[in-house]
Write a protein that binds this ligand. Structure first.
Ligand SMILES: *[C@@H]1O[C@H](CO)[C@@H](O)[C@H](O)[C@H]1NC(C)=O
Ligand SMILES: *[C@@H]1O[C@H](CO)[C@@H](O)[C@H](O)[C@H]1NC(C)=O
Ligand SMILES: *[C@@H]1O[C@H](CO)[C@@H](O)[C@H](O)[C@H]1NC(C)=O
Ligand SMILES: *[C@@H]1O[C@H](CO)[C@@H](O)[C@H](O)[C@H]1NC(C)=O
Ligand SMILES: *[C@H]1O[C@@H](CO)[C@H](O)[C@@H](O)[C@@H]1NC(C)=O
Length: 588
């Protein structure tokens, strides 16, 4: 039986390779003949336990997250008919705590001329009257990308089940200056001191990515501004996100979120900076800059310290795309959602019956020194922690590893601190490496011995260590003795026995003064086929998808390793098994 099944999979794989009509449309590879093939079964083995996902089928971008009348709403791009991209609707889920989710009927789906060929990504804006509005990209009969607005039918319904799209849509139409095939993903709107609403739409002209700016008095008639809010030579900008963040030293706590609705308030404006995040269609990675927004000229100017290109800072250096943030008035914080696609193959996804998850929602704020954003899993996640184990003051000598026992790590939360006494053995850092953490990490994987590091975790590891995903640090000495460079990596190249099409090493630098406190923290959320890590308390984040064959269920282990010459110490390690929340079962 097993052999027959394996053969069937192989046959399907080869059939797909030979016959699939592969079309690339708006950045998604399209398999027309697979789009409406419903999953016959849902393979549970590697499904995540506490990450957001529907019971089956394909998902991509998070859309229109918001808080309304005591409920968190998350919409997302969803194929109700299959496990590849296609037939996209705005699936809709609600939660009281961002942990347990209830699936409702799709909120927005093709039903009018202005969205008959698709309802793509967009954002929610809660108007001053308390009425939420959704702006999204519709695909019209001529395949043009247009922007539409939708309103709830019943404002007394906290579930916001039904949405109406007024007949005056589309509210924003691509004029002759805009490429109608590259014009999508409207942001949350903000209100200016001149009494005009504003929003931006992602676009491009040749290789220039654009945040095209529109203004409106009544939220109905929108006029394009003479210049974009911002642009850069990176190719198409998808899913732009523009929002304020509090500056340390202002009157509000710097970790507190700021509502886009407050953008025009002068007192607020003086103690905030602005963030522009874009998703690069060409590289499939995102970057952000922090800067100033000039209300008079309606331009955003990134601070000089932030590279405004592919080398820019990322929320996440791994598998994390099309992210979207929202302001949560209940806890006065800004939360960011991001999509993590699968790293397996299309036949794998057909067999599994599902593809795509959302990363754990993260609270996001500007670091006190203003040099970067910091992210941390929402505190609600800690309610899922159950069985706990801990380790403290444990030295891991050069070349050694240590197995953390007494709990099941396959669905867990691990939070730890490493101490490094001696930095003298740190390898020399070449300035040329600055621009490409990923290449450096690919070259110096976890198995390449170093001076200080590589040290870190082997997660989803089989008992014999033949399967393992490494999350680790490596410390280098910069040009002079007093400064160090810390690299954080995620190496999944040994994550599975079986070959897997896409298994890149991901990496980012960590902005910490390691010589000063000689410590570095690491938190890793492990969830069957996801490894989501937060270095230095959220300064550098990396999410990876992996598909172990042996290291599954109770056979998935957790090790701490040190492949550097210098000893490192686990100051403390706390690990918890994580409970499985209610994840999108339908309404009772
Ligand atoms: C609107 O929603 C409220 C709360 O769920 C419900 O009681 C009411 O019947 C709804 N109104 C209509 C017209 O459906
Ligand atoms: C418009 O965008 C599409 C999609 O990226 C691209 O294929 C096309 O070449 C663009 N057209 C022009 C005139 O730039
Ligand atoms: C481990 O955690 C327990 C509480 O769960 C605590 O009482 C104990 O002190 C901790 N031990 C170490 C070594 O940190
Ligand atoms: C060492 O390098 C750092 C950063 O590269 C620099 O800020 C510092 O001034 C340098 N110190 C000396 C003594 O050259
Ligand atoms: C996720 O899947 C991998 C493997 O197919 C692709 O290489 C990535 O480009 C893709 N990521 C996104 C954001 O689409």
């Amino acid at each position: 039986m097993a052999t027959a099944a394996a053969k069937a999979v192989l046959l399907l794989a080869s059939l797909l390779q030979m016959t699939a009509v592969v079309v690339v449309r708006a950045s998604h590879v399209v398999y027309p003949e697979l789009q409406s093939l419903e999953a016959k079964q849902v393979e549970k083995k590697l499904r995540t336990g506490y990450h957001f996902q529907p019971p089956k089928h394909w998902i991509n971008d998070p859309n229109g997250p918001m808080y309304y009348k005591g409920l968190y709403h998350l919409f997302y791009q969803y194929n109700p008919k299959g496990s590849v991209w296609g037939n996209i609707v705005w699936a809709h889920s609600v939660s009281t705590d961002l942990i347990d989710w209830t699936a409702l009927e799709p909120g927005i789906y093709p039903s009018k001329t202005f969205d008959v060929k698709g309802c793509w990504s967009g954002s929610a804006t809660v108007l001053p009257s308390g009425v939420p509005a959704i702006m999204y990209t519709g695909i019209d009969p001529d395949e043009r990308q247009v922007q539409n607005v939708a309103y709830p039918v019943n404002l007394s319904d906290p579930f916001l089940r039904e949405w109406v799209k007024p007949d005056y849509n589309p509210i924003i139409f691509p004029d002759s200056g805009i490429n109608a095939s590259a014009f999508r993903d409207p942001t949350t709107a903000w209100y200016g001191p001149d009494g005009h609403w504003r929003l931006v739409v992602g676009s491009k002209v040749n290789m220039k990515g654009l945040a095209v700016l529109y203004r409106s008095r009544d939220f109905k008639t929108w006029v394009k501004a003479h210049h974009p809010l911002h642009s850069a030579h990176t190719g198409m900008w998808e899913c732009p996100d523009f929002f304020p963040v509090a500056v340390a030293g202002g009157s509000r706590h710097h970790r507190r979120g700021v509502d886009t609705a407050e953008l025009h308030d002068r007192a607020v404006a003086e103690e905030v900076k602005y963030v522009l995040k874009v998703s690069l269609d060409l590289t499939r990675f995102e970057y952000y800059t922090v800067g100033r927004y000039n209300h008079a000229t309606d331009r955003y100017i990134p601070d000089a310290a932030f590279p405004d290109n592919d080398y820019g800072l990322r929320y996440d250096y791994g598998d994390f795309y099309a992210s979207k943030s929202f302001y949560d008035p209940a806890k006065r914080r800004r939360i960011v959602w991001g999509w993590a696609n699968e790293s397996d193959t299309v036949p794998d996804d057909r067999r599994k019956g599902w593809a795509g998850i959302q990363a754990i929602p993260r609270k996001l704020w500007l670091s006190p020194d203003g040099k970067q954003l910091v992210q941390w899993p929402v505190e609600e996640l800690e309610a899922l922690r159950s069985k706990h184990v801990n380790v403290s003051d444990k030295v891991i000598k050069s070349g050694d590893n240590f197995k953390v026992t007494g709990f099941k790590s396959v669905q867990s939360d691990v939070d730890m601190v490493f101490a490094i006494k001696d930095l003298s053995k740190a390898e020399k850092f070449e300035p040329a490496w600055r621009n490409d953490a990923q290449a450096l990490c690919t070259r110096l994987g976890s198995h390449v011995k170093g001076g200080v590091g590589p040290f870190g975790l082997w997660v989803l590891a089989s008992g014999d260590l033949k399967e393992r995903t490494a999350v680790f640090f490596r410390v280098f000495k910069a040009g002079n003795a007093s400064s160090h460079v810390v690299l954080m990596c995620n190496d999944p190249t040994k994550s599975s026995y079986e070959s897997q099409a896409y298994r890149p090493t991901f990496a980012g630098f960590v902005d910490v003064d390691i010589a000063k406190n000689k410590k570095i923290a690491l938190r890793t959320l492990i969830d069957h086929s996801v490894v989501e890590s937060f270095g230095a308390r959220g300064k550098t984040c990396i999410l990876t998808r992996v598909y172990p064959r042996k290291a599954i269920g109770d056979d998935a282990h957790l090790f701490v390793f040190n492949n550097g010459e210098s000893d490192v110490k686990i100051t403390n390690l706390d690990a918890w098994e994580m409970k499985t929340p209610k994840m999108n079962a339908g309404e009772q």
